[in-house]
Design a protein around this ligand. Structure first.
Ligand code: SAM
Length: 384
């Protein structure tokens, strides 16, 4: 690891301790938010929002791409508690079937990816951008595999480790700090790799995909739910660009790419694509973005009411108002309101992108690293 990367890693670890404190396990959601170090929270919010200034020109875009690591690190420092409060400990979307509860659909979405990747008991698996470990815990239970979660956010790693211990999965799971654009694992280490709604934080998809290719064993499989703009998206259409920008701003993403860019990137680094499907491009009666809408008709079970209330339009307005008041009277740290506003913008963009089918959070690619590397169609594996 370069001195610069080591220095950034140390700085982020120290900052995370200062911001969140030592005891990260005992508090989640709003309770965790209220216990933050005020000054550090202000700094984290400023670092996250400094690049999202409404500008979508090439220079502004390049600044965001260059600062992807710090910007994403800061983003997850400030949103993790909101995510856990509103959504749970798996930070991703899923398809919904009639009569199926929110938690069942989240788990099924994870099982499906594990099934498509062919993950089985005894496999050594890498979870790229693992969040607080919700999917890794579910997939470890579902398959019996051993999973290492990679994440560049220290707070989330500490939480993931805490939950693994709490749920008696510490033998099967480990969580390590690292940048997925520059992995420190030995080449050809993992039987399978998966990524759920995480690699969209990469400044360039070839960068993260080539790292995944490197650490997979020959013949190993990579399965990903990618966030991409669909073929309907036109970068030169201001309405479309606005939607993409709302998603970028509210989700800490330097640049949303079209599906074809992801497909090309997989091919370019040498993968053989086995499955390529936008799971959102379906006639599902209950759309994937329903928890972010205010449409009660989609709620499937009584147990989903609380989640729906927190994530829906009215619920989010309630949270923003509550957080604004708490910040005003000094209970919530400064910047908390700005975070809820950015998340609101994300929700608006995600629903608009989903309704128009301009955006999908579940572009499923299953890709194989060829057994024989000379089979590889790689054009330039070192591209970053
Ligand atoms: C939307 S969350 C998804 C988390 C998890 N896959 C899940 O579904 O619960 C995206 C994750 O990617 C991680 N991430 C973003 N950029 C990263 C990077 N450069 N290196 C490693 N992890 C990164 C974030 O810290 C976060 O945990």
């Amino acid at each position: 690891m370069s001195d610069e990367a080591q220095e950034l890693r140390n700085r982020q670890a120290t900052f995370a301790k200062e911001l969140h404190g030592d005891d990260v396990g005992s508090k989640t959601g709003l309770k965790a938010l209220l216990s933050k170090n005020r000054e550090a929270q202000k700094e984290a919010v400023t670092k996250y929002l400094r690049h999202w200034d409404g500008k979508t020109d090439k220079e502004a875009e390049q600044r965001r791409l260059d600062d992807y690591n710090e910007a994403t690190h800061s983003y997850y420092n400030v949103v993790t508690d909101f995510y856990e409060y509103g959504w749970g400990s798996s930070f991703h979307f899923s398809r919904f079937y009639k009569g199926e509860s929110f938690t069942a659909s989240v788990a099924r979405h994870e099982h499906y990816l594990a099934y498509k990747a062919g993950i089985k008991a005894g496999d050594l698996v890498l979870d790229v951008g693992c969040g607080v470990g919700g999917p890794a815990r579910e997939i470890a239970r579902f398959t019996g595999a051993n999973i290492i979660g990679l994440n560049n956010n220290d707070y989330q790693i500490a939480k993931a480790k805490h939950y693994a211990k709490k749920f008696n999965l510490a033998d099967q799971l480990d969580f390590v700090k690292g940048d997925f654009m520059n992995m420190q694992f030995e080449p050809s280490t993992f039987d399978k790799v998966y990524a759920i709604e995480a690699t969209c934080h990469a400044p360039k998809l070839e960068g993260v995909y080539s790292e995944i290719y490197k650490v997979l064993k020959p013949g190993g499989v990579f399965a990903v739910y990618e966030w991409v703009m669909t073929d309907k998206y036109d970068e030169n259409n201001p309405e479309h660009r606005k939607i993409a920008y709302e998603i970028e701003l509210g989700d800490g993403i330097p640049k949303m790419y079209p599906a074809q860019v992801a497909r090309d990137a997989l091919n370019n680094v040498g993968f053989e694509i086995l499955h390529d499907q936008d799971l959102a491009d379906s006639d599902d009666e209950v759309p994937w973005y329903y928890p972010l809408t205010g449409e009660w008709k989609y709620v499937q079970t009584l147990s989903d009411l609380a989640t729906f209330f927190r994530t829906s339009f009215i619920g989010r307005k309630f949270t923003t108002t509550m957080v604004t008041v708490m910040e005003k009277v000094g209970v919530a740290p400064k910047g908390s309101r700005d975070v809820t506003l950015a998340l609101e913008e994300a929700a608006v963009g995600l629903v608009a992108g989903g309704r128009e089918k301009l955006f999908t959070p579940m572009m499923l690619f299953v890709a194989r690293k060829p057994e024989d590397q000379s089979e590889s169609k790689s054009k330039d594996k070192s591209k970053k």
